[in-house]
Design a protein around this ligand. Structure first.
Ligand code: PMP
Length: 364
């Protein structure tokens, strides 16, 4: 028998969205509303498509392993030194690299439940122990419990804000309170994958962390608001160049391909496209939330491009009913949260289809 790394062999599977071909065969429909993976239904900027078909791509060459041009563009945008930025094959890869850089078997990690799967899976792959703070009954961060969990001195704290899968973001005073609980030796990882969808009232976590003096990583991605999920580009902004150096050592060398680097640079050059898309999706988010509430569901407040709600029974059964109508949603499977469904905000037509299908189910 093969002797596997026991930490890896014992990992729970990552619950990725349903395959579209399977959804077509189950529903008998060609037009599938893919509302499970928090992608951008508007697509991406035309500038990205132009960059992808440019002869400058040279697919036969290895891409720049340091992502020099992209890090320079990000450094200008964020007003940080490029040598504190590490670009990944999606921010997923940065979650893995941070875990590899920081954790040894037996290390402790603090996070929340429900949570983004990889905030648990990647630490477990390193043999770490993951302590999870549940959300409150009214679908919010449990600040008292989180503060205690952070003050206990884990090697890493993983928090997404805005929070996947629930939706709310930490406000300034809550974030400052949690940062104040960080002890020397703890790395505070703030995953801002949904940063662009948040209201102006939400704090800029990067700015607050830079002023705080704690060790931090802020994660952001091109997969959501910029619409580049299939190209895989995300990045880590680190508190200093030394941390960025160790995270770089923990990733594979040629992790971000040429198309992805060119696309991300083009996307940064057309922020207007992204802002218009975010504006539209926010309006749709409000429309869907109001309809769900009208159907009697309790919906968590959302600063993201998805909604999380208690569907009143096993969410997997509801997801199966919706799938037969050509709608893919995500039934939450973490223990204690099996009544919750997460639905991504789609195009207006997709959202209409989702709401009318859900309306039919609840009237039955
Ligand atoms: N962090 C959070 C909170 C996410 O929701 C996701 C994607 N669902 C990611 C990270 C990973 O995104 P990507 O690898 O596409 O950048």
């Amino acid at each position: 028998a093969l002797a596997f790394n026991p930490h890896v062999a014992a990992l729970p599977p990552y619950n990725a969205g349903m395959n579209i071909a399977v959804a077509r065969s189950i529903s008998g429909r060609a037009d599938i509303a893919r509302l499970a993976s928090n992608e951008n239904p508007d697509g991406c900027s035309p500038a990205v498509l132009a960059a992808l078909s440019s002869p400058a791509l040279e697919p036969w060459r290895y891409a720049d392993p340091a992502c020099t041009a992209l890090r320079a563009a990000l450094g200008r945008k964020l007003d940080v030194a490029p040598d504190t930025i590490v670009v990944g094959n999606g921010s997923e890869e940065m979650i893995a690299a941070v875990s590899r850089a920081m954790l040894v078997p037996g290390s402790r990690v603090a996070t929340v439940v429900p949570s983004f799967g990889l905030h648990e899976i990647e630490p477990l792959a390193q043999g770490a122990e993951v302590v999870k703070v549940p959300m409150t009954a009214d679908l919010a961060f449990d600040l008292d419990a989180l503060e205690r969990s952070i003050a206990a001195g884990p090697r890493i704290v993983f928090l997404s804000s805005p929070w996947n899968p629930v939706g709310p973001a930490l406000d300034r005073s809550s974030l400052e309170r949690l940062i104040a609980a960080v002890r020397p030796g703890t790395l505070f990882v703030l995953d801002e994958a949904y940063f662009e969808f948040a209201d102006a009232t939400c704090p800029d976590g990067l700015k607050i962390l830079r002023e705080s003096g704690v060790a931090f990583v802020v994660l952001r991605t091109f997969s959501k608001a910029y619409g580049l999920a299939g190209l895989r580009v995300g990045y880590a902004v680190c508190c200093n160049a030394e941390l960025a150096r160790v995270i770089t050592a923990a990733k594979t060398p040629f992790n971000v391909n040429a198309a992805a680097q060119a696309a991300a640079i083009a996307a940064l050059g057309d922020e207007a496209w992204m802002l218009a898309s975010v504006e539209r999706l926010r309006g749709e988010r409000q429309r869907v939330a109001i309809t769900l509430q009208g159907l009697g569901f309790t919906v968590a407040p959302s600063q993201t491009n998805f909604l999380f709600f208690d569907c009143g029974g096993d969410s997997a059964s509801l997801a199966a009913v919706l799938l037969r109508q050509g709608i893919i949603v995500k039934a939450w499977r973490e223990k204690g949260y099996e009544r919750y469904l997460r639905v991504t905000i789609g195009t207006a037509a997709e959202n209409d289809h989702f709401m009318s299908a859900l309306g039919q189910v609840t009237r039955r």
